[in-house]
Design a binder for this molecule. Structure first.
Ligand code: HEM
Length: 268
């Protein structure tokens, strides 16, 4: 907050205006941006090429407008609403696709490995559970859940931790044979466009889409958090706290890093 108060006073207005106008034109954009932010925080602090990530064009438009107004002052590493975001961080000088494995959790991850990965980023179990609530919006490709739906143990079966009726419904949506590019809502009963605490309800009903969602019920402590965060207000407060923490992972300041001219490219 206020880091660019003197050097680029219009920066927060530019970010807000461009983001809101893009979101008004595309209701699926918030999910893209939220996931992009998660990946960006976990894998160093750069925009990474990733075939299922989108939303970069919004960041590019914002950066172009800021460079017009305040050339060379603002790095692209900042975002806002719902929680106060510390600004003034720098962009990294390297951007490696090889940083992804081990830094991003797979949808098949169990609680122990999720806990370890989050802990390695300074995030605790409450952060893990609260941030998983981001899956209240957006979609997943059927390819991601194919094994869980059609062939979990190699015998043509579904994952027993997934509600059988719900598995049936998902198989209907994904098709037979499965179309890998088809997508399903992450939070289906409610709208997948509405950011609310409903994700925790579906997880408690064994309808979480990924094993990484279902695994939150496998330990009494995290299961209790799933129960607790079904209360909307509490979820919003906890989510905001954890987003703030996540946004602070590996922040580069001072002489570290650089201010990129173009967000997708390390400066020459
Ligand atoms: C806990 C470990 C997590 C795992 C294993 C995981 C995995 C995934 C996967 C596999 C997808 C579907 C991708 C696709 O098919 O295109 C997805 C979507 C999504 N994830 Fe996560 N995720 C995790 C945590 C998070 C966190 C912490 C956030 C944000 C704070 C987040 C936000 C999202 C959003 C918003 C989508 C929907 C994207 C869209 O609609 O395009 N996820 N996640």
């Amino acid at each position: 907050m206020k880091f660019y108060h003197k050097s680029c006073p219009s920066v927060e207005t530019i970010v807000r205006d461009i983001t809101w106008s893009k979101v008004a034109a595309s209701s699926i954009l918030p999910a893209k941006l939220l996931r992009l932010h998660f990946h960006d925080c976990f894998v160093r602090k750069e925009a990474l090429p990733n075939r299922s990530l989108s939303g970069y064009d919004v960041i590019d438009d914002i950066k172009a407008k800021i460079e017009e107004e305040c050339p060379g002052v603002v790095s692209y590493q900042f975002q806002r609403p719902m929680w106060q975001v510390l600004t003034g961080r720098k962009d990294g000088r390297v951007s490696l696709a090889s940083d992804i494995p081990g830094n991003l959790p797979p949808p098949t991850a169990d609680l122990t490995s999720l806990q370890q990965l989050f802990a390695s980023k300074g995030l605790d179990v409450m952060d893990l559970v609260a941030l998983s609530g981001a899956h209240t919006i957006g979609v997943s490709h059927c390819s991601v859940i194919a094994r869980r739906l059609y062939n979990f143990t190699g015998k043509g079966d579904a994952d027993p931790s997934l509600d059988p009726d719900y598995a049936n419904k998902l198989r209907g949506e994904c098709g037979s044979p499965l179309n890998p590019s088809t997508t399903v809502d992450m939070d289906p009963d409610q709208s997948s466009l509405s950011f609310d605490s409903h994700y925790f309800k579906i997880v408690s009903q064994n309808k979480g889409l990924f094993q990484s969602d279902a695994t939150l019920l496998t330990n009494p402590q995290s299961a209790q958090m799933v129960e607790m965060l079904q209360h909307g207000r509490l979820f919003f407060v906890r989510f905001a706290q954890s987003m703030k923490k996540m946004g602070g992972i590996g922040v580069l300041t001072g002489d570290e890093g650089e201010i990129r001219k173009h967000c997708r490219l390390v400066n020459a």
